[in-house]
Write a protein that binds this ligand. Structure first.
Ligand SMILES: *Cc1c(COP(=O)(O)O)cnc(C)c1O
Length: 398
């Protein structure tokens, strides 16, 4: 077990896996394999085993692992300019702003770039307070907005929140898809309502049209903002470019991350000019946000998505996939639901043993969404044959 000459790093893969497990902070329960490579919807471990990846980086890998156009853009940018703060304009950042706003409704025309999803939501919450002069947020039960203190304040799950109280207040949580509760919660004190068009972490639950329409209407009536968190649902995942397009509801602030950088860390809060204008100069900031590497990756990712229209593939394959899952004759299944290739299979029992068997017995990687749901977030480039194998694997373990 010797490292490379002059290197302090062990090269034996078992030692590396052990090192990651023991030196890690321990906040994640880790799988028992060392991933070394990915291509499209497949990944390989250190022993050369091949897996169909329906974890998809929690929704990062929409364009496929090692997407060649993203890789090429990253290489080119790395050789040209890696870092540059936002006070100094760069070609890459300008191109990213043009690319992103060109695929959004014209009113969403101001961008705050970030390095992650939670930072995009942190920005959204601060812009909302600055723009309205109000404090209160309305969020949904089972909603997930991230793990930092601000985003956590509008995240519902008690086990994520309670050890860290007090958080930002006041926040009112209402049942998702409950129009009446929403109307009652939004008042003259409300800065913003924040919602996911499909709840991801909360169990893969699509919003009803009435709910998102009501959210748009009541925020307008009360002078509050509507923030749509499309960190997981954006970039083609749900069968349209962004999920809000399907609902015909345009938010005041749209938050994006996960697949936005084609695999490179990148997020953004995109907002109306009137919202951005109310933030004082220096009222928010980020050193790495908008760095040239992430910006170049974002341009390549957006261009690839436009060229391939992968959302159409997500819609078609997602419909087929859900139909096939619904045909599995198992009394253990409560419901199959989702939008596009964001799919949840809810069981009448804990999903974790099935997730583990899918990995060990069938080399299919999936993730949970709450205790009883198996969540599938495959790269949108997944081959039909691979998706058929996933159906067979699920049938076998159930
Ligand atoms: C993943 C996710 C976040 C947080 O993004 P990070 O990059 O992990 O901070 C926020 N909202 C939703 C809907 C998400 O799926």
């Amino acid at each position: 077990m010797k490292g490379k000459e002059g290197s302090v790093v062990q090269t034996d893969w078992r030692a590396l896996l052990e090192a990651e497990k023991t030196l890690d902070s321990g906040v994640y329960t880790k799988h028992d394999l060392l991933i070394v490579r990915g291509k499209g919807a497949r990944v390989w471990d250190a022993e050369g085993n091949e897996y169909i990846d329906c974890v998809g980086g929690y929704g990062v890998a929409n364009l496929g692992h090692a997407n060649p156009e993203v890789v090429e853009a990253v290489k080119r940018q790395a050789e040209t300019l890696l870092s540059m703060p936002q006070t100094l304009p760069t070609e890459a950042r300008a191109r990213f702003y043009l690319a992103l706003t060109s695929v959004l409704p014209p009113e969403l025309n101001r961008v705050f770039p970030t390095n992650s999803g939670t930072e995009a939501n942190e920005a959204a919450l601060k812009f909302a307070r600055a723009a309205t002069g109000r404090k209160k947020f309305v969020a949904a039960m089972r909603g997930f907005s991230g793990r930092t203190m601000g985003s956590l304040s509008v995240t519902w799950e008690p086990k994520y929140r309670e050890p860290f109280l007090p958080l930002v207040e006041p926040v009112a949580f209402i049942p998702y898809n409950d129009v009446e509760a929403l109307r009652q919660a939004v008042d003259e004190e409300t800065a913003a309502v924040i919602l996911e068009p499909v709840q991801g972490e909360g169990g893969v639950r699509p919003a009803t049209r009435e709910f998102l329409e009501a959210a748009r209407e009541v925020t307008r009536e009360k002078g509050a903002l509507l923030i749509l968190d499309e960190i997981q649902t954006g970039m083609g995942r749900t069968g349209t470019r962004f999920a809000f397009e399907r609902y015909g509801v345009v938010p005041d602030i749209l938050t994006l991350a996960k697949a936005l950088g084609g695999g490179v860390p990148l997020g953004a809060a995109v907002m109306r000019k009137e919202v951005a204008e109310k933030m004082p100069k220096g009222g928010h900031g980020t050193t790495f946000g908008g760095n040239p590497l992430a910006m170049a990756a974002g341009v390549a990712a957006l261009e690839y998505l436009e060229k391939t229209r992968l959302w159409e593939r997500a819609e078609r394959l997602g419909r087929w996939f859900m139909e096939e899952l619904r045909k599995i004759p198992s009394p253990k299944v409560r419901e199959v639901r989702g939008l596009g290739l964001m799919v949840g299979l809810e069981l009448k029992e804990k999903s974790l043993p099935y997730i583990q068997r899918l990995e060990k017995e069938h080399h299919v990687l999936t993730l949970a969404a709450g205790p009883n749901v198996i969540r599938f977030l495959p790269p949108l480039v997944i081959e039909e044959e691979d998706l058929a194998k996933v159906v067979e694997a699920v049938r076998a373990v159930l």
